[in-house]
Design a binder for this molecule. Structure first.
Ligand SMILES: CC(C)(COP(=O)(O)OP(=O)(O)OC[C@H]1O[C@@H](n2cnc3c(N)ncnc32)[C@H](O)[C@@H]1OP(=O)(O)O)[C@@H](O)C(=O)NCCC(=O)NCCS
Length: 428
């Protein structure tokens, strides 16, 4: 493809084309402002590439998602979460020895500094677990050196993956007033999380292997999604030179919003609302289509996927199997399926490419595992962590990284003369 040429008045400027390994095309406009004085305006950054990246490839039209070249379907079926975390962070699937070493390191760092328990104690029981998660992660930079050497950064990566599991489970225990359950080194990552969430000191807790494997698979499906809102936040904060813990803490905050990670909770709340309203899903489809009504079908639509979300397919299949095997009959699953069917037959949703996204069915699986609704977004954060770390590392090692600092088109007042307080009129 040729370079792009832009003519502004009688000036012509040329922008080099940049083509990715999957033939994605971009124009490099780094010289635009210097040569013309003008900038581009792209609210929501839907047309803006913020970096070159080797980590994750998405083809939204074809419903393709690959981590480091491997398809999400293969990884979900054959890998473990820590296998995928290694792949994302270090670039290749680990050998058995490498994976064993990685596993061992992670299990050895899963304890929290005992003093950190005081943080949990300071929160009200009603504190949203995502707020607890982001603040405790930010506080890790007060406990561990910020990572100036490669060795320190690597150690902080291990610490973060290991401790996020524990922090997440402790935040839940705090919210229900139960004693914290310490991690166990003989358990896998997902199994250990379930044990820290659901065990109590007074009796044995048996881990259900199917639930542990399903959770591990859900974490894999969430592990990266290229330059989404929270990942871009992690990169942006890191671009200022902020350390890993601070950058990831900011990413957790970005993920908490209902248009991003918070959507899985919003889906369950919406399905519950529809159920309590007599299950009249057609009414809610109509509300979602009504431009005067702010209601949207939660779990539908995606900035990138305009055909189907491959993660949603894997989860939907798994939801059927897991609920079947666990003998759970969840009316919300039936409602979700009916809603999906009605919406997919409707021209409004078809024309706009609105399909169920990853959040539509994941909440139903979390419910089946006994994970409470207010922990759903925390589960998303646990899964997304290796992706955030990989993207942060790539940003840090990229010689093209500059501090992220977008421009704007100013639309406020022109210069105004200062008015002393005694002369100010009340604004109507
Ligand atoms: C994901 C989401 C934020 C993407 O937003 P976006 O790329 O900015 O897309 P837009 O908001 O511009 O939507 C495009 C069109 O589809 C409509 N639309 C998008 N999602 C919709 C939904 N869930 N329900 C009803 N209409 C929807 C918009 O109203 C808009 O219609 P218009 O072209 O007639 O104005 C958006 O689809 C959404 O809010 N979905 C629900 C929340 C959710 O599930 N988020 C999780 C994402 S993984």
């Amino acid at each position: 493809m040729d370079n792009a040429r832009l003519s502004i008045n009688d000036q012509e400027v040329e922008f080099p084309v940049t083509v990715g390994t999957e033939q994605e095309v971009g124009f490099d406009i780094r010289k635009l402002r210097g040569q013309t004085g003008a900038i581009t305006v792209d609210p929501g950054f839907a047309n803006t590439g913020s970096c070159h990246s080797e980590i994750t490839f998405i083809d939204g039209e074809k419903g393709v998602l690959r981590y480091r070249g491997y398809s999400i379907e293969d990884l979900a079926e054959h890998s473990t979460f820590l296998d995928v975390a290694y792949l994302l962070i270090y670039g290749s699937l680990p050998t058995r020895e490498e994976l064993d070493g990685f596993n061992t390191e992670i299990t050895r760092h899963s304890l929290l500094h005992e003093d950190m328990k005081k943080f949990f104690e300071g929160y009200p029981a009603s504190a949203p677990p995502m707020s607890v998660l982001s603040t405790i992660v930010a506080s890790l930079s007060a406990y561990y050196p910020s990572g100036n050497s490669e060795e320190e950064v690597n150690l902080n990566i291990i610490r973060l993956i290991a401790k996020l599991n524990t922090i997440a489970a402790f935040s839940y225990k705090k919210s229900i007033g139960q004693p914290y359950i310490y991690p166990r080194n003989d358990l896998g990552y997902a199994a250990d999380f379930l044990h820290m969430m659901f065990a109590v000191p007074s009796e044995d807790y048996e881990i259900n292997a199917l639930i542990a494997r399903t959770l591990d698979m859900l974490l894999i499906l969430h592990a990266d999604h290229e330059q989404n809102c929270s990942t871009s936040t992690v990169r942006m904060v890191g671009s200022s030179g902020a350390d890993l813990f601070s950058s990831i803490s900011a990413g957790i905050s970005a993920l908490s919003g209902p248009l991003h990670g918070g959507a899985n909770t919003a889906v369950i709340n919406m399905l519950e609302m529809i159920r309590q309203d007599g299950g009249n899903f057609q009414k809610y489809v109509e509300k979602a289509k009504d431009k005067d009504d702010p209601f949207r079908l939660m779990g539908f639509g995606h900035r990138v996927y305009k055909n189907f979300d491959p993660r949603a397919r894997v989860i939907k299949k798994s939801a059927d199997e897991v609920l079947g095997q666990l003998g759970i009959n969840d009316p919300l699953l039936d409602l979700a399926k009916q809603l999906e069917r009605i919406a997919l037959e409707d021209d409004y949703f078809r024309e706009r490419g609105l399909y169920p996204n990853v959040d539509f069915y994941s909440g139903i699986l979390y419910r089946a595992m006994g994970i409470p609704t207010n922990m759903f977004t925390v589960m998303f954060a646990l899964g997304r962590l290796p992706g955030w770390i990989a993207q942060w590392m790539e940003m840090k090692n990229d010689p093209n990284t500059r501090i992220n600092r977008p421009r704007q088109i100013y639309t406020g007042h022109n210069h105004r003369h200062y008015v002393q307080i005694g002369h100010r009129a009340i604004q109507e």
